[in-house]
Design a binder for this molecule. Structure first.
Ligand SMILES: NC(=O)c1ccc[n+]([C@@H]2O[C@H](COP(=O)([O-])OP(=O)(O)OC[C@H]3O[C@@H](n4cnc5c(N)ncnc54)[C@H](OP(=O)(O)O)[C@@H]3O)[C@@H](O)[C@H]2O)c1
Length: 242
């Protein structure tokens, strides 16, 4: 039996494109109040305008402590509480360590791991005080398998996996559920794929997922009744050989 999501207050990081934007649209249709976070202010404001008064845009770089604190404060100010953190923001940089720029590669860890830690840390006091909440984190299949062409991205998502599962156990007594979604390839902006025809071509070849496949998983997880704790959803395209 599922529970209604109407009225839930949900922070979505990485809401300016891809999975985050698609999730914001879907959750908004289900009656949720959404706080949209990412760095691209223009895209966030356009999305908030599209979604109406139950959406706010809070331009945020998750690697900045003050910016994350502002995101939490603005959300509470506008909606009075925070039911869900969908910690989804992330960046992808492929490439071998020997050839890559260490500063660019280290940025992957700054965003995917340290930025995530900042967001979770900032939201926890509020969820602990209210005795409930959901923290849903976008991980990756790269956190499960060793992909030779993306060592640092893969390391960042392995770290995310460690964080998710230790946090999940630590937060059980507080009534807070922690869960991850680990997708394989999603045809979207992360890969520079923006044209609908290109997305459909990859999906028809069973070599990539659509953002909407991940949205389905988000809605499934969040609409479980309180006694059900979904640990993780791993979802890859049918022909991904992983
Ligand atoms: N696409 C895939 O194949 C795939 C597969 C597995 C997992 N994932 C994961 O899915 C998540 C979402 O990615 P996506 O596929 O939807 O790609 P995307 O369209 O590139 O989305 C990434 C989002 O993260 C935001 N972001 C990046 N750096 C940020 C920062 N420092 N502070 C705040 N927001 C930041 C971006 O917005 P701004 O640039 O505006 O800040 C954007 O909204 C990521 O964690 C990614 O690792 C993706």
């Amino acid at each position: 039996m599922s529970q209604s999501l109407a009225g839930k207050v949900i922070i979505i990081t990485g809401a300016s494109s891809g999975i985050g934007a698609a999730t914001a649209r879907a959750l908004s249709r289900l009656g949720c109040c959404v706080a949209l976070a990412a760095r691209s202010a223009e895209k966030l404001h356009a999305l908030a305008d599209e979604l109406g008064p139950a959406a706010i845009a809070v331009p945020t770089d998750i690697t900045s402590g003050p910016a994350v604190a502002n995101l939490i404060a603005r959300t509470r100010e506008r909606f009075g509480r925070i039911d869900v953190l969908f910690a989804n923001a992330g960046i992808y940089v492929p490439g071998q360590l020997a050839e890559g720029d260490p500063d660019i590669l280290a940025r992957v860890v700054d965003v995917n791991v340290n930025g995530l830690v900042r967001c979770v840390h900032a939201v926890l006091p509020h969820m602990i005080a209210q005795g409930c909440g959901d923290i849903l984190i976008t991980s990756s299949i790269s956190g499960h398998v060793d992909l030779a062409w993306e060592p640092v991205y893969s390391a960042s998502k392995h770290a995310v996996q460690g964080l998710v599962h230790t946090l999940r156990r630590q937060l059980l007594p507080h009534g807070i559920r922690v869960c991850s979604i680990a997708p394989g390839m999603v045809a979207n902006e992360l890969w520079g794929i923006t044209q609908p025809e290109e997305i459909e071509k990859r999906v028809a070849a069973h070599s990539a997922l659509r953002c909407e496949d991940i949205v389905d998983a988000v809605v499934f997880i969040l609409s479980r009744p309180p006694h059900v704790n979904v640990r993780e959803i791993v979802m890859i395209a049918q022909r991904e050989d992983l």
